[in-house]
Design a protein around this ligand. Structure first.
Ligand code: ZN
Length: 268
């Protein structure tokens, strides 16, 4: 199944199911509970992020080559941080560079986002994927100045600003892809490909992350897990870092899921 979430011409918000051909069909109900795919075409006025997360968990330094470019040792235990649900942004809407808590070092990170469909706790790697509703693209936008120098020694401040977690364009169930760790993943900045790698480079694969994150911890339905970014972030660009600026357009692309595009503006 390929789920979308959208607002229609009357302003109502619904889920839809994309079809192999023809328009998406409207879904009645809740994709985290009972739902039915109707025969009515989805009246998509505006595409929204494919869910409203109940929480957003991030994992840092989870790709071997990215840990190297960051000058960090590959972690032995997953590095966990959180992003607020305030960070959610829709496909096509703007990433805002903070101006009140001003940042001069806003960066992109293409990430495979894993959406938990059923509550789980203390799961093992072997059955972890049973609790996954699907996958989508994420941009783990990060203000490096607030993440590293001004954030009190931990990452949350720099990753917690409004609009810093675009998700979309669709939520794809696992039966539609070869596997969560067998996907090409890329970032295109103003049309130039700046990250171009594969999810097979993850240090901790998706099943291992769910086993770890669910340890003594309930992962509630609607939990989004950001699984880390490959090398090629703007912070590590040579000879000088490549920070996002107003007017830029950034696209995250994952094989089998699609393209998530957002432009960049300044916080008003
Ligand atoms: Zn990240």
């Amino acid at each position: 199944m390929k789920f979308i979430r959208y607002s229609d011409s009357a302003g109502r918000i619904s889920y839809g199911a994309e079809q192999a051909s023809g328009p998406a069909l409207r879904i009645d109900g809740d994709i985290f509970g009972d739902y039915k795919v109707t025969t009515a075409p989805a009246d998509v006025k505006k595409l929204l992020a494919p869910l409203v997360p109940t929480q957003i968990l991030g994992v840092g330094l989870n790709y071997r080559h990215h840990a190297q470019e960051s000058g960090m040792k590959a972690p032995e235990i997953p590095v966990l941080f959180a992003k607020g649900v305030n960070t959610l942004q829709n496909p096509g809407d703007a990433i805002e560079i903070p101006t009140h808590l001003a940042s001069a070092e806003v960066d992109y990170e293409c990430e495979l986002a894993v959406v938990i469909g059923r509550a789980c706790k203390n799961v093992t790697k072997a059955n972890a994927l049973d609790y996954v509703l699907g996958l989508t693209c994420a941009n783990d936008v990060s203000a490096r100045d607030w993440q590293i120098k001004k954030g009190g020694g931990q990452w949350c401040r720099g990753k917690f600003f409004d609009t810093f977690c675009p998700l979309g364009p669709r939520l794809v169930t696992l039966d539609e892809v070869p596997g969560p760790n067998l996907l090409k993943i890329a970032t295109h900045l103003n049309g130039e490909t700046v990250q171009d790698w594969t999810t097979s480079d993850m240090i901790f694969d998706v099943a291992t992350l769910i086993e770890f994150l669910s340890g003594s911890t309930t992962l509630v339905p609607g939990t989004v897990i950001l699984t880390g970014t490959p090398h090629g972030v703007g912070m590590a660009a040579k000879p000088t870092p490549r920070w996002l600026k107003a007017g830029d357009e950034v696209t995250i692309e994952i094989e089998g899921i699609g393209r998530l595009t957002n432009r960049v503006t300044l916080e008003k």
